[in-house]
Structure formats: C-alpha cells, structure tokens
Design a protein around this ligand. Sequence first.
Ligand code: ZN
Length: 321
Amino acid sequence: MSRVNTVLGPIPAEELGFVAIHEHIGYGMPGSELDSTWWKTPQERYDETVPKLREFRELGGQTFVDATGICNGRDVDYYRSLSAKTGVHIVACTGFVGGDTALPFFATASVEYLAQQFEHEIAVGIGGAGAKAGVIKVGVSRGGRMTDLDKRIYRAAARAALATGAPVLTHLAIDAENAIAIFEEEGLPLDRVLFGHVDDGVNFDKTRDTWIAEQGGRIGFDTFGYETELLDPPFWARPRQDRLDHFLRFIGHTAERGFLDQALASADANCSPLGWPGVKGHTVNYLFHQLLPDLRAAGVDEATIERIFVTNPAEFLTLSV
Ligand SMILES: [Zn+2]
C-alpha cells in the first residue's frame, strides 16, 4: 500500500487530496523564541493559525506540508494538535532550510551524522513525540552558491531518502548543477527531488527550471502570492501576472513543450511567523482565493489542476520503500 507520513501517522497517498506542498505553520530563525519584539504566546499562535487551517479545509484543502525543518521553529506536538483540531493532514520535515539557518552545533556535522539524524526522524520519530517526518528539507544558503555545509546536508538527505523512501524538498533551485551532481553520485533518482522556489522574484531569472526538469527533477512554483501588488511586498516579491505567465509556460499551457507532470505549486506562507512580522495579507489560502481562479481564467482545465495539486504531490510524497 502507498504510504505518506503525516504527524498523526502514516496514511495512504490516495487520502492526501488537495495538497499545499510548501507551507509553514510558523517559521523563524534560531533564537526567535527569545525575541522580545515579535514573540507571541502559544495561545496567540494557536488563535492566528487555527482559522487559516480551518478555512483551508473548508475551501477544499486536505494536506499541508510544513517545510520548516530543524532549528526554525518546528514543533511536531503542536502540529499534531492542530491537525486533530482542524482535520488538515500535516506533513512535517526533517532536514534544514539551509546550512545558514542551522545552529552552529551542526556546522561541522559529518554526512554520516546528518544522514542518521534524518533517517531517525523519518523512521523512528521527531523528539519524543512519535511523529515521523514525511519529507527531507535541504537548501542553498544566502549568496546563491552551495556552501560546504549545504553540500553535506544534500548528500545526507540523498542517503536518508534512499534508506527510508522519503522525498527531498529544496529551498531554492539555484546552483542546481552542484545539487544534481550530488544526487547522481549518491544514486537518488531526481523524481524524488522537488526543486523549490523557481518562481521567486530574486532567483527566477537565475534558476534553470526547464533544464532541471529535463534532468528528471520535480519543480516547485511555491512562492505564489508574494506579489509586488501587496501593500508591503517583501524583497522576493514578483508581479502577479509575471509569475502566472512563467507557470503557464512551464506546464505547457502557453508553450510548445511543458513539464506538467513535474510541476507543483504552493504559497510558502506562514500561519504565524516566529520572531518577525511576516508578510501581511498572504496566507496558504491564496491558492484558493487567487491562484485557482487565475488558472481557470487562463483556460487551464480541471484535470490539469488536479494533476498539479493532487496527483503530482501524491506521487512525490509517497514513501518509495
Ligand atoms: Zn518555505
């Protein structure tokens, strides 16, 4: 039977339904729990998160992949209570957003140590909670080139993916030649990797999305909604139509050759940001309020929408061993 690890236990991939493949319950830098400006009580975080997940469920969302990983505010006990309360399946990550968001403790960690850590969180569980990770997060540190620690994390992720069957999800798809070389050296098929953030305003013109797709990788247009049209747009914002046109070309709707079967989409929103104000007016529900209407208005049919939000995520998230 196909199986996906959620924080409340494994479920068949057929039960995932509509998936938001790259989101955050709450993301913050290490130490944000000590922040005195933006710190919130657990009750405040709960109160601003539950309505967003409830609305997601009411609009037809069924599975929320939390791409937060180790050191950035991940809290699986909390996720378990949110999932039980709202009926949304939550998939948690092991791994790191990037080498630059890992605590100094991990700075000299070996590939073997990191792989063991990731495997433990997938096969045994995270901390004492018993919740198992369903995805391995890796990423490129600020600067646009993989650091030595980034490379060790990618290599460890490949080994843990092969040992456990869990997929790998990347923060940024720049410097993809190095990433792909590591995955190939380790023997990890590239359809087990989702190369994320190909669409953000800072990196889209430096990201070789069609080349990565030609190599077999899956591609994440997962910063939908971070638009220059927002009242207070973040530095990674991009004009709404520009991102939409990019996506329509990639899936082959407005281009001769497309990669629909490798395309995934999400909003990378925070339900309740930790230690920073977050981006006002942006939630996971952008997918229902704006993106689906935009796709339909552009003539994208329901079968294609199901491919992007149901079938492709189910294939990707299914544990392959
Ligand atoms: Zn993210």
